[in-house]
Design a protein around this ligand. Structure first.
Ligand SMILES: Cc1cc2nc3c(=O)[nH]c(=O)nc-3n(C[C@H](O)[C@H](O)[C@H](O)COP(=O)(O)OP(=O)(O)OC[C@H]3O[C@@H](n4cnc5c(N)ncnc54)[C@H](O)[C@@H]3O)c2cc1C
Ligand SMILES: *[C@@H]1O[C@H](CO)[C@@H](O)[C@H](O)[C@H]1NC(C)=O
Ligand SMILES: *[C@@H]1O[C@H](CO)[C@@H](O)[C@H](O)[C@H]1NC(C)=O
Ligand SMILES: *[C@@H]1O[C@H](CO)[C@@H](O)[C@H](O)[C@H]1NC(C)=O
Ligand SMILES: *[C@@H]1O[C@H](CO)[C@@H](O)[C@H](O)[C@H]1NC(C)=O
Length: 612
């Protein structure tokens, strides 16, 4: 199934040595479920993990956390930071989603359908993601607040970023923007494996007039920085690891159930009273579990809207077309926004500075990892640095960055395995993958990915049928707006300018000149050539948000209010990436954790008895 032959061998050995002494495989699931809980949380991903831990701090409150996937300990690659890529087409830990056939993008993918991995295990997408820790720009949150999300300005959300964080970088730890006592470890990606590529990248930024500084601080625009990631002692730290694992066993008011697929929210009139769930361990019968205070959906940007629609909450015309009785007519599944990256720019170097797949499977590296928890295998997916840049295509009065460059010290074409694995992940024919990336086997090199941070293209999530077992229709409408293409071409030019500097010349960096076979009509490296390749090869950066938009109650485009309550329903809240009203200028995991931290306070406050 997984195309990467070397990964299982490496990982099994490393895992065996690293964890054999420790019984991390103890059962997590509650032996017996109650008929009713105060809070029923659907989804043990980034948001669900935070909520379960925070709401169960009150020993009087009973909390049930339901997860469709299984325990992450069953798949050892989850723990090994460098093995991340091998998870993305592993059906045991993802939902294996694909987009609908795209008109303007994904043209090199089979049936023009891009892959859309989402985590399906404890920790959700935080157990398969690249562990990158980014927050975006303060103005992202001030815009949320200005467009009807009362209480969500940067000043108001910063305390929750700080509360969640345990930053190990001493320089950052002293800043008012960062936390040191939170559950979530944030560590320099270069802490246990460093590369001259990062130094060259930062120096290149300075030589072009940019700054090196904290991209998670007050002003990230125009800054370059090394990557920080959720890695603890050489191991991935998922949000479940950070928040829930430390309290398992210590709290008998928190029950967890894996392999539990929630089908619907149960409604009495306009009040949510529980959920209907299929437990894999039991018979095929559906089980009903009541929620005396509330049901909280934290199933992510695809499955939260899916569960709502299956429960009769969604666009009237859509639900009626599937013969689902309409309870509330709300724009569920609209406003799908995602970051798009361009993965093709790879550069060879003539110094031994990058991460080669073949080196990762060397005995030296395996031992270094197993014994010292250091080296290539401990590095978070090869991601070394980021740059946050302005675009000439953005409004002059917008102070946020619109283009991000990501330095990845693994060159896909540097090994047959890399090319094969990437092609499988993105749903691309291997021959085509070889044309685009291959030919550099054994060479050192790197990738520089441009990402467009505020795309104009907006899509939808819809049901394919009224069957809860069916995969929903994911239509991101990638690159359907011309400005997104212009922005990506500009991103490519910025990436070229970064590599075209003295610090990279010293490493002998050269862009590979593979021609995309479907773009041969255009001169290599011309704008028209890149437009063609972008439409073929651009792919998701895995940050879908917005499908249950938060905002003021009287705004007809919103699904939840600023307290994250579903409009028109009592006892039902949504807490996950789907409430994000507009994409932020960074990756989405830390913001989702912040949202859940804040939501936990809002929820606790609303049940607080003033006489206590
Ligand atoms: C491959 C990949 C790489 C990424 N890289 C980064 C990165 O490096 N840095 C970063 O900041 N962000 C990254 N992200 C994004 C980030 O991880 C997500 O935005 C974040 O985890 C979303 O949190 P969530 O709580 O909304 O959803 P999830 O974490 O996806 O959680 C949803 C959970 O609900 C469960 N669920 C769904 N439906 C049901 C159901 N019907 N019944 C029961 N349970 C259900 C799912 O199995 C899942 O566990 C990446 C994402 C992916 C997929
Ligand atoms: C075993 O796990 C515990 C808790 O996760 C951890 O503190 C400890 O260091 C681990 N021991 C070893 C030998 O890895
Ligand atoms: C990682 O690199 C940055 C930039 O060079 C540096 O400031 C930081 O101290 C490094 N971290 C570690 C742990 O070496
Ligand atoms: C690497 O390439 C650069 C530029 O082409 C050259 O100056 C340098 O000598 C090369 N170094 C090695 C070790 O080949
Ligand atoms: C909508 O509600 C907000 C407060 O939540 C208010 O400021 C605004 O004026 C209202 N708009 C309309 C059109 O009623």
């Amino acid at each position: 199934m997984t195309s990467l032959a070397w990964i299982p061998v490496v990982i099994l050995i490393a895992y065996a040595v690293h964890y054999a002494m420790n019984g991390s495989d103890r059962p997590l699931d509650a032996e017996r479920l109650l008929a009713s809980y105060d809070y029923v949380i659907v989804g043990a991903g980034s948001a669900g993990s935070v909520l379960a831990a925070r709401l169960s701090e009150d020993p009087e409150a009973t909390v049930l956390l339901l997860e469709a996937g299984s325990d992450d300990a069953r798949v050892p690659e989850v723990a090994v930071p460098m093995a991340t890529f091998s998870l993305w087409n592993n059906r045991d830990v993802t939902w294996s989603y694909k987009t609908t056939p795209q008109r303007d993008a994904c043209q090199s993918m089979t049936n023009q359908r891009c892959s859309w991995p989402r985590g399906r295990l404890l920790g959700g997408s935080s157990s398969i993601n690249a562990m990158i820790y980014l927050r975006g720009h303060p103005d992202d949150y001030d815009r949320w607040s200005a467009t009807g999300c009362d209480g969500w300005s940067y000043e108001q959300v910063l305390p929750y970023f700080v509360k969640s964080e345990r930053n190990l970088n001493r320089n950052l730890a002293s800043s008012s923007q960062h936390g040191v006592n939170g559950p979530m470890t944030v560590a320099d990606a270069n802490q246990s494996f460093s590369s001259e590529l990062l130094d060259a990248f930062l120096k290149a930024g300075v030589s072009l007039g940019y700054e090196v500084g904290d991209v998670n601080g007050e002003q990230p625009t125009g800054k370059f920085m090394h990557n920080q990631a959720n890695v603890e002692n050489g191991r991935r730290q998922s949000v479940f690891d950070a928040y829930v694992r430390p309290v398992i066993g210590a709290r008998n008011n928190l029950h967890i159930k894996t392999r539990a697929l929630v089908h619907r929210v149960l409604l009495h009139g306009n009040r949510a009273v529980g959920i209907q769930v299929q437990l894999e361990s039991e018979s095929a019968d559906l089980v009903k579990i009541s929620a005396s205070r509330e049901v909280i959906l934290a199933a992510g940007s695809v499955n939260t809207p899916k569960i709502l629609m299956l429960s009769g909450i969604g666009r009237r015309d859509h639900l009626e077309s599937l013969h689902i009785p309409v309870v509330v007519d709300l724009p569920v599944g609209d406003n799908l926004q995602d970051h798009v990256l361009f993965p093709v720019l790879q550069f060879t170097v003539n110094a031994s500075v990058s991460i080669r797949v073949d080196d990762a499977k060397s005995v030296t590296e395996i031992l270094k990892y197993a014994v010292l928890k250091r080296g290539i295998l401990s590095h978070p997916a090869g991601i070394m640095g980021h740059a946050f840049l302005k675009s000439t295509n953005q409004r002059a009065d917008d102070i946020r960055p619109y283009i991000k460059l990501v330095l990845n010290g693994v060159m896909l074409g540097g090994s047959e395995e890399g090319t094969r694995q990437y092609s499988a992940i993105v749903n691309q024919d291997l021959e085509l993958g070889r044309h685009v990336f291959g030919g550099y086997e054994g060479r050192h090199g790197f990738h520089l990915y441009p990402v467009i941070l505020h795309p104009d293209s907006i899509g939808t999530i819809r049901l394919a049928s009224s069957d809860p077992g069916d995969i929903p229709l994911i239509e991101p409408a990638y690159l359907s707006q011309e400005n997104d293409i212009a922005m990506m071409v500009e991103g490519i030019r910025l990436a070229e300018s970064v590599v075209n500097t003295e610090p990279f010349a010293i490493l002998g960096a050269k862009m590979t000149t593979n021609r995309h076979p479907n773009c041969l009509d255009h001169e290599f490296d011309s704008d028209r050539y890149w437009v063609c390749v972008i439409r073929h090869m651009a792919a998701t950066e895995f940050h879908p948000v917005g499908t249950c938009k938060m905002g003021s109650r009287n705004d007809s485009t919103t699904v939840v209010d600023p307290d994250l309550k579903v409009k028109g329903i009592e006892g039902l809240r949504i807490v996950d990436a789907s409430v994000i009203p507009s994409l932020i200028s960074g990756n989405t995991n830390a913001p989702v954790v912040m949202i859940a931290e804040k939501a936990a306070d809002v929820i606790k406050e609303s049940y607080h008895d003033p006489d206590d």
